[in-house]
Design a protein. Sequence first.
Length: 566
Amino acid sequence: METSKKITNFIREIIDADIASGKNQGRVHTRFPPEPNGYLHIGHAKAICLSFGIARDYKGLCNLRFDDTNPETEETEYVESIKEDVRWLGFDWQEREYYASDYFEKLYAYAEELIKKGKAYVCDLSQEEIRKYRGTLTEPGKNSPYRKRSVEENLGLFRRMRAGEFEDGSRVLRAKIDMVSAHLIMRDPPLYRIKHISHHRSGDKWCIYPMYDFAHCLSDSIEGITHSICTLEFANNRPLYEWILGQLEVHRPKQLEFARLNLSHTVLSKRKLLQLVEEKLVSGWDDPRMPTLSGLRRRGYTPESIKNFCETIGVAKFNSIVDIVVLENSLREELNKTCPRVMGVLRPLKVIITNYPEDKQELLDAVNNPEDETCGVRKIPFSRTLYIEQDDFLEEPPKKFFRLAPGREVRLRYAYFIKCLKAVKDEKTGRISEVHCIYDPATRGGDSPDGRKVKGTLHWVSAPHAIKAEIRLYDHLFTKRNANEAEEGADFKSNLNSDSLEILTDCRLEPSLKEAGPQSRYQFERMGYFCLDSKSSTGSLPVFNRIVALRDSWAKVEKPGRNKKT
């Protein structure tokens, strides 16, 4: 069977070989099996695109299954967020929404079958004792003193575990494999533990829960999965995956491991992300600085940019760190094609055009997107009083500063040439409060009929027509490329970027942005890509998030003091 896309990687090559050999009658059936113990992040997007993409391209099926075997950490909130994220990426599991908890009765029966075959036993050792008995990579483990219990005794104890007769941690069901195995995972791993905790779906029906490794492989088998695609850290668990299925003589999917996504300047551990949320170092799982899909969505990322990123980085067998710039470039490429251009001034400086009539206003044509001529033009108002960026004016400019300065002429985008006459300073602070200029009426549209050239083109907004807005400038959440590395005695949080969020509360935007809806994306000319925040905006003060800066940094002069907030 040929794929609909010309994509190849080692996983697809294995699937091609399986199909050619007639394995699974040519079926391809994958699954995406998240644990509902946190929100999905960009690393999960890679797994989603891989499993759903393979199913799509091979005209197969992909299940969405929640491996909900640990009620201590799982919540319905996480289930709903995961479904929203998968749908947002554009994938559909149709009616195939499953839960490991759907199979608890079957899993329990499989556990009893292992006991009856003499392949599992109830062990009374504590967690700490089990760890000690297991040995190390260089030292063999030793048998539990409870390993020789009879089948009848083990069945009786296991059934009493289910009946709720024992306390948490007092007993576990363990596989009986080999305590001197070279694979630590094969040294009689636990299969069931006691937890008197209510489950988000089954309530208080169960007080024993299967371990992830036991439930995962059997859930794959029950669902008829052909290719169980997972990240590289599960390669160590594959011998146990295959042992359990082999002992029970059930359908055996093929486990295939690929390198997980490691992204620079962030962390992709749900445990660490949960820490950031619980310690209020971010505003929540959907904080736009977070690598969660909900955070990226709120920041303004598009599903297409994320899917293109996942395709660009490909599927590898070895772990490495992908620079976050690759993700940002994928986003820029997408937004450059699709985003309308507008003008917004983030740090306004008033400009008064002294020779422009006080009672005059006019509408000028502005291009909506030069990458897409079908987007047409819009009308923007022009008046005597404007706002430009503070960074676009200097009283004493350095040599290669080509923007506005006393005696210097620049072009206003879509408007006129203006020439600076003088700067007016606030008497109390000594800071420039406004700039007085004159304009050349013959240069309407931004070109001079006499052929004179200017080196600087500035964006602007008309002061009486501008809308006020709050702008949030987001940067990388961590300062270090490998955010997980920390100095001795510190943890990953020591790498947090104290300048990851800058809030500007006195911005001015062109009036067309009054019509912006939640998550509407724009390129603010010269400033980057922005979207209307879906959570914080109000009718009186819209809030725009900077999705990503433009590729080339245009403003390299020293900035005035800013309101920074972490």
